[in-house]
Design a protein around this ligand. Sequence first.
Ligand code: NAP
Length: 281
Amino acid sequence: MAAVMIDGRAVAAKWKEEIAGQTREMIERGVTPHLAVVLVGENAASQVYVRNKENACRKAGMGSTVIRLEEDCSQQALEEVVKGLNQDPAVHGILVQLPLPAHLDEAAVLRLIDPDKDVDGFHAMNSGRLMNGQKGFVPCTPLGVMKLLEAYDIPVRGKHAVVIGRSNIVGKPMAMLLLAADATVTVCHSRTQNLSEIVRQADIVVAAVGRAGFVTKDMIKPGAVVIDVGINRVDGAIVGDVDPEVAQKAGYLTPVPGGVGQMTIAMLLHNTLEAVRLHGW
Ligand code: NAP
């Protein structure tokens, strides 16, 4: 039987609607949630991502500011911008669009963001909170995956979840969230041996590799839940990390586009409202 296609667009639209309502309430109470995005240089993909974030804020009724810095801007200039945003009481969430140009120290910049405004959840304080089971900002993409599983009532407790990829942005926080939801979690990466065999044992597979069609039908247990985080450009089209034929064998599958990607921005808006609440509103 063909897999149920998880409709990320529909789930994200519901989240955005609720967020817009909560934003209106906050504005009535005298505070306008505000996201500041720092964009360095001319990276074409980053420009698109930032424009999408601005649009999403506008549609939700939130304020947003994009601070654009030249490609050759200095570390000091960038850090001054972040420090200024940390101090600005009208700014609730701060996001530095990655990747930064190679001459800039990304880790140092992320360390500088006030952890209580770190709506991307990349600050070590927030990774630590996630690791320790404390409240904090959770990176938007893995948080979005958890919300998709919840939206489709897909049980996680006691299931074997295999996460392919171990980046700080997706793979590692994804593994932590699944563990916190009582899954038995295996993390695979480029040095994993017998990866196909491991993935075949999974009840839930999360692919965050960055390689088109990496997960194939023969790697999937019949009925497994397959979450495709990948965004790859192939001949001008956007495709995921999961071969579409997997739909013939999986129980659930997220499409690309229209799956996880839709949830990432919704969770960014959600985290921005969390930041407002954290500041006592
Ligand atoms: P990344 O930092 O490049 O990490 C990729 C991970 O995949 C690494 O851990 C790497 O292992 C592993 N990997 C690479 N080749 C492999 C192989 N042959 N076998 C097993 N593992 C392999 O990428 P990322 O930032 O996590 O993103 C992953 C994908 O998700 C990308 O396509 C990205 O565009 C997409 N993404 C989507 C969203 C969204 O909103 N939907 C958000 C963020 C990212 P090593 O650690 O050993 O190198």
